[in-house]
Design a protein. Structure first.
Length: 93
């Protein structure tokens, strides 16, 4: 998975066409749905992680990886959703 960095976001880059903006908006609909479902599972994972640390005294590697994946997906979607980049994130993380 490619990481969005400050170098990827280029405000002085070429302007998208009007059709690209319409496609951009339509493509954002499934991204929002997937992100919302992912956010629910991430919330549950965060709660489970809290109790895992509280009881076991260490983090779960699987849950940490899942939560890191959620954060990565969120930032990729946020950059695309706020028209900071034209690079489309995958719908399914």
């Amino acid at each position: 998975m490619k990481t969005i960095t400050a170098a990827t976001i280029n405000p002085d880059g070429p302007v998208s066409s009007r059709w690209e903006i319409i496609i951009h908006l339509l493509y954002s609909i499934p991204l929002i749905v997937v992100w919302y479902i992912y956010a629910i599972f991430a919330l549950l994972g965060g709660i489970i992680q809290f109790f895992a640390v509280l009881v076991r005294g260490r983090r779960s590697v699987r849950i940490s990886g899942f939560l890191k994946g959620f954060i990565d997906y969120y930032y990729r979607y946020a950059a695309y959703g706020m028209f900071l980049t034209d690079e489309r994130p995958p719908v399914i993380p």
